[in-house]
Write a protein that binds this ligand. Structure first.
Ligand code: NMX
Length: 435
């Protein structure tokens, strides 16, 4: 959309001036010491990446451009008759740092509808995949196969100036975001349903409404869940494997499709996208052995039994956050309001009231409260999305909002190719001995 791009141009310009002054003054300032353990420990807590769109505050949770998640829920525009924020709005926020008005959100909805057509070759390719090919592999392949249409790749080949790279990345980002719901739905319908994505895009509707109906469920409640879901999973700062992969690959000036396709490979790993399913497996295990109405005393006993067998309680705890994830609070309120009689939801509430005390008593965890996965799978299941292998695809659709926003900024700021120095254990030992 024309206005958004213009707004961005002035924002990027302004920001680059600020960064330039900052670097002149503080380019040599030491930010943090690097320890041997950080190198062996997956670079945990090493402040070495730049992400402008969002940041996790250990006490308050994710901040989108400085706005806490609760504030976003309140401030971002809603659909007519809707209560949940439209993810188009959070995209605008991540890109510009400003809360959009309804007209600005509407413009993005129209723009994404206009760009939503998926090329025939992608649809055909998806149809040729065997049903045994994991949905994330299919998603990664489908996104990579859009790369032939990259406007950034063409512009680069035509030697456009570096200062205008972001404008073409913006075009690709808008195209990709527009097409992702249909691609996800094609994968879903091919693998689990009749292979047909019903209906054409309705350009008068928002992104999530079209996505929900492509998946095969037009109910207003499911559409609202999809809006909330996409807003919740849109971004989670830059160090997670999805965002980092995307940023790394794009830093070589590979086009946005190839970078996001690679990021889908990262999301496919069980340590990244598997947690929704873990919660459901855990609930299934409890209910298949003990039914749905487990009284509190029995539940406490079963939880201790589970912990003593050195298993974790999925849906609880966090690497960075030290409080209940406000995104889970939003999912939980949605569940309490729209599916109060769902038996899993009732069990989740019983766990919600029991688990933190037990984890505190156990004395190991740094955060005994729910994380974003505690209710997400239960909500999807309620609306018929039963296939847990598909859940990371849904995260992949949502997370493109954040990854693409940051990529536009990466190119706008002219960030260079990533090239950290690696080191062997032998060299590291030598280095330490010389200290
Ligand atoms: N149940 C039981 N034990 C736990 C839990 C839990 N939910 N969470 C942490 N612990 C243990 C953890 O295993 C570790 O034990 P040990 O010292 O024996 O290795 C100890 O408590 C300290 O861990 P923390 O520093 O609190 O957490 P860490 O940063 O290592 O791990 C998670 C964070 C999210 C991996 C961890 O809390 C966990 O495994 N949670 C359950 C699985 C889950 O819900 N994953 C989804 C995460 C999604 N998300 O991050 O939002």
């Amino acid at each position: 959309s024309h206005n958004l791009k213009q707004l961005l141009a002035s924002k990027i310009d302004e920001h680059n001036k600020k960064v330039s002054t900052f670097r002149k003054l503080h380019g040599g300032t030491v930010v943090q010491n690097l320890t041997v353990d950080m190198i062996y420990g997956g670079m945990r807590s090493l402040k070495a990446l730049l992400t402008e769109t969002s940041e996790i505050d250990p006490e308050k949770g994710i901040q989108f451009r400085g706005y806490a998640f609760e504030e976003c829920l309140k401030l971002l525009p809603k659909a007519t008759n809707g209560e949940q924020p439209l993810p188009e709005g959070v995209f605008f926020l991540l890109l510009t740092g400003e809360i959009p008005n309804e007209a600005q959100v509407e413009e993005i909805s129209r723009e994404w509808a206009r760009r939503s057509e998926v090329p025939e070759h992608v649809e055909k390719t998806l149809k040729t995949f065997p049903k045994t090919l994991h949905p994330m592999a299919q998603m990664s392949a489908a996104i990579a196969s859009l790369a032939g249409d990259s406007k950034f790749a063409k512009a680069f080949a035509n030697k456009v100036p570096k200062s205008s790279y972001w404008e073409y990345v913006y075009e690709d980002a808008m195209d990709l975001l527009a097409k992702l719901p249909k691609i996800a739905a094609m994968i879903y319908r091919n693998l689990y349903k009749d292979g047909v994505v019903h209906g054409e895009i309705d350009s008068s509707k928002d992104w999530s409404s079209n996505y929900a109906s492509f998946l095969g469920n037009n109910s207003p409640q499911f559409i609202e869940l999809i809006r909330l879901y996409n807003t919740i999973y849109c971004d989670h700062e830059g160090g997670n494997v999805i965002a980092h992969t995307c940023q790394l690959v794009a830093s070589s000036l590979s086009n946005p499709y190839l970078a996001y396709s690679a990021a889908m490979g990262a999301l496919a790993g069980p340590l990244a996208g598997g947690a929704h399913a873990e919660v459901l497996f855990f609930l299934n295990k409890l209910t298949s052995e003990h039914g749905y109405d487990i009284d509190e005393e029995n539940l406490r006993f079963l939880l201790w039994e589970h912990l003593i067998s050195s298993q974790v309680i999925p849906g609880y705890g966090h690497a960075v956050l030290r409080t209940t994830d406000p995104r889970d609070t939003a999912f939980r309120s949605f569940g309490l309001k729209h599916l109060p009689n769902n038996p899993y939801m009732k069990l989740c509430s019983a766990l919600y009231n029991t688990v933190p005390d037990i984890l505190i008593e156990q004395g190991k965890v740094k955060n005994p409260y729910t994380n974003v996965e505690a209710h997400s799978g239960v909500l999807l299941q309620h609306f018929g999305i039963q296939e847990v292998d598909f859940y990371p695809v849904m995260i992949g659709v949502a997370r493109a909002i954040g990854c693409m926003s940051q990529m536009i900024w990466d190119r706008g700021m002219g960030l260079p190719i990533e090239r950290p120095k690696s080191i062997s254990t032998e060299s590291l030992m030598k280095l330490v001995n010389e200290k």
